[in-house]
Ligand binder design. Sequence first.
Ligand SMILES: *[C@@H]1O[C@H](CO)[C@@H](O)[C@H](O)[C@H]1NC(C)=O
Ligand SMILES: *[C@@H]1O[C@H](CO)[C@@H](O)[C@H](O)[C@H]1NC(C)=O
Ligand SMILES: *[C@@H]1O[C@H](CO)[C@@H](O)[C@H](O)[C@H]1NC(C)=O
Length: 222
Amino acid sequence: MKFLKIQNYNTLMKSIVLLLLCVVHVNAQVTLPSKQDGFWYKNRIANTKSIVIEAFFDPLCPDSRDSWPPLKLALQHYGSRLSLVVHPFPLPYHDNAFISSRAMHISNQLNTSATYRLLESFFDHQGRFYGNATFNLSRSSVVDKIARFTSNSIGNSHYAAVKVGFTDPKTDHATRISFKYGCVKGVYGTPFFFVNGFPLSDSGSALDYNAWRKIIHPLLKN
Ligand SMILES: *[C@@H]1O[C@H](CO)[C@@H](O)[C@H](O)[C@H]1NC(C)=O
Ligand SMILES: *[C@@H]1O[C@H](CO)[C@@H](O)[C@H](O)[C@H]1NC(C)=O
Ligand SMILES: *[C@@H]1O[C@H](CO)[C@@H](O)[C@H](O)[C@H]1NC(C)=O
């Protein structure tokens, strides 16, 4: 019995040391971003009185696409009382999701008010960038396809700047920060919603307009 206990103790200590090493390692890897992540809808930036929805969307995720129209309706309905910030969250099992999310950061730099137009364009034409549709294309032609698509959406005069954006390490970094921010918040799928910082229990699937009303309405009464 005594021997067993000592063995258990040793195993426990080893696990604790390993755990500490992991924590130190993780801390060393996350550099703090210089500004908050995300794209505010209609520049309606939250104040202390607003209800804040944070949405994690993968631009190439069908469920994210389906969840957008009802959320947009709710935003129209509640107006300035409701603020939305979208964070791109590229899922590893969606080919080209990272490139598309990066396109959102690039377009946000070029014209802040065009970001949501691009998101909607991706939602409307996702199929063009699914894995199967691009399976036989080189990475550079996929990037070019997405750069053309992006400038078609935000303004063709931006094409050259969008292409340059894809070679700028800053836009790569910004897209990684979006992803890491989601990880820090425990996001594991899209769409994933937080209201005033708290996760919605049925995240990962589309909420319809009535579901949003049921969530928002009681919060406004209090
Ligand atoms: C930026 O985007 C907005 C909204 O889509 C558009 O009205 C405006 O003309 C764009 N500005 C430029 C400089 O492209
Ligand atoms: C890729 O190209 C090969 C060879 O041309 C073809 O047989 C295959 O069906 C293509 N795959 C897709 C997913 O388009
Ligand atoms: C992908 O493309 C190939 C070739 O065009 C086709 O045979 C296959 O059914 C497609 N798969 C899906 C999941 O769409």
